[in-house]
Design a binder for this molecule. Structure first.
Ligand SMILES: [Zn+2]
Ligand SMILES: [Zn+2]
Length: 270
C-alpha cells in the first residue's frame, strides 16, 4: 500500500510530463501488461495497481551497501561485512519472489519485451523518487554474453534500462562501451566465492576514454551475489571511472534463488 500511495503522490508531476509531450514518444499506458486490466488515465506504468500491489517491496531495513533486506536494522549484511566491494552501493525495488519472479522469467525466456519495459518503468520511478542515482551519473546496463544476445535478440537489462529512462533524467554511456565476450568452461553450479573468481575478466571496456572520470550507475534486472556488479565495477574503475553505483528491479534473498539465478560466465543453455 505504501508503494501505491507513493505512486499517487507523484502522479501529478508525472501527469504533467505526459501532457508536456512525452506521449509523442511513449503513448500513455492503457492496459496492464500482466493481467490485461484497464488502467486509469493517471497510470504511471503499464501495470495496474493490483499487480503492483503483489510486489514484495524492500522496506526500511536493508543493507546500506548492497540493498539486501535484513531482518533487523543494521548497516551492513553479513556478506558486505566480510567482502570488500568495488561498487559504492546497490539499491533494489523488490524481493525476487512470487509474481515478480514469474514476470522476470517471462521477460527473459518468453520474449515479452514490453513487460521488460514496464518493469523498468517501476525501477525508474522508484529510483527517481528515492534519489538512488547520483546527479552526475551515466547509466549503463549489464551487458549480455554476445552469443546469448544474438540468440535471444535482446538484453533484458537493456529493456529495464530503457523503461527506467522514462523517469531518470540521466545520460547513457555510449552503447558498446563495455562488452561481455563469450566465455568458456563448465556450467556447473558454483558457490558465491567460486563464482566471483569465475567472473574475473568477464567484461571488457572497449574504449576507456568513454568512462574516464565518470560516475556510473549500472542497471540490471536482479542482484544476486553481487559478483556481476563487482566485476563490472572493478574493470570500470580500472579503466578510469570515478565511482560505480547499481540499481536493480529485484534482489534475491534466499540461498536457493541466489545460487539458481546468479549469472556465471559460461554459456548456459535454456
Ligand atoms: Zn494488472
Ligand atoms: Zn550487503
Amino acid at each position: 500500500m505504501l508503494f501505491i500511495k507513493f505512486l499517487d503522490s507523484i502522479a501529478g508531476h508525472i501527469q504533467g510530463v505526459w501532457q508536456g509531450g512525452l506521449e509523442l514518444v511513449f503513448p500513455a499506458p492503457t492496459i496492464c501488461l500482466i493481467c490485461g486490466g484497464t488502467l486509469g488515465t493517471r497510470a504511471l506504468v503499464e501495470l495496474c495497481q493490483a499487480c503492483l500491489g503483489r510486489l514484495s517491496l524492500v522496506k526500511d531495513n536493508f543493507c546500506q551497501r548492497c540493498g539486501r533486506p535484513q531482518p533487523q536494522a543494521r548497516n551492513y549484511c553479513v556478506d558486505c561485512g566480510e567482502l570488500e566491494h568495488f561498487f559504492v552501493k546497490n539499491r533494489a525495488v523488490a524481493i525476487y519472489d512470487g509474481a515478480l519472479k514469474e514476470q522476470i522469467r517471462e521477460v527473459k525466456y518468453q520474449y515479452n519485451r514490453r513487460l521488460g519495459l514496464a518493469l523498468g518503468q517501476i525501477l525508474g520511478l522508484v529510483a527517481h523518487r528515492m534519489a538512488w542515482v547520483p546527479r552526475d551519473a551515466y547509466l549503463v546496463a549489464v551487458p549480455l554474453h554476445e552469443t546469448r544476445l544474438r540468440r535471444r535478440g535482446y538484453n533484458q537489462a537493456e529493456l529495464i534500462l530503457q523503461g527506467a529512462m522514462q523517469y531518470l533524467n540521466r545520460p547513457l554511456l555510449p552503447p558498446g562501451s563495455i562488452t561481455r565476450p563469450d566465455a568458456t568452461g563448465a556450467s556447473n553450479r558454483l558457490g558465491p566465492r567460486e563464482r566471483r573468481a569465475n567472473l574475473r575478466g568477464a567484461f571488457k571496456v572497449a574504449r576507456p576514454a568513454l568512462v574516464d572520470g565518470k560516475v556510473l550507475c549500472v542497471v540490471d534486472d536482479i542482484y544476486t551475489t553481487g559478483a556481476t556488479l563487482d566485476e563490472m565495477a572493478r574493470v570500470l574503475l580500472y579503466a578510469g571511472a570515478k565511482e560505480i553505483h547499481g540499481i536493480t528491479l529485484a534482489i534475491a534473498i534466499t540461498d536457493q534463488d541466489i545460487l539458481d539465478i546468479a549469472p556465471i560466465t559460461t554459456l548456459e543453455t535454456w
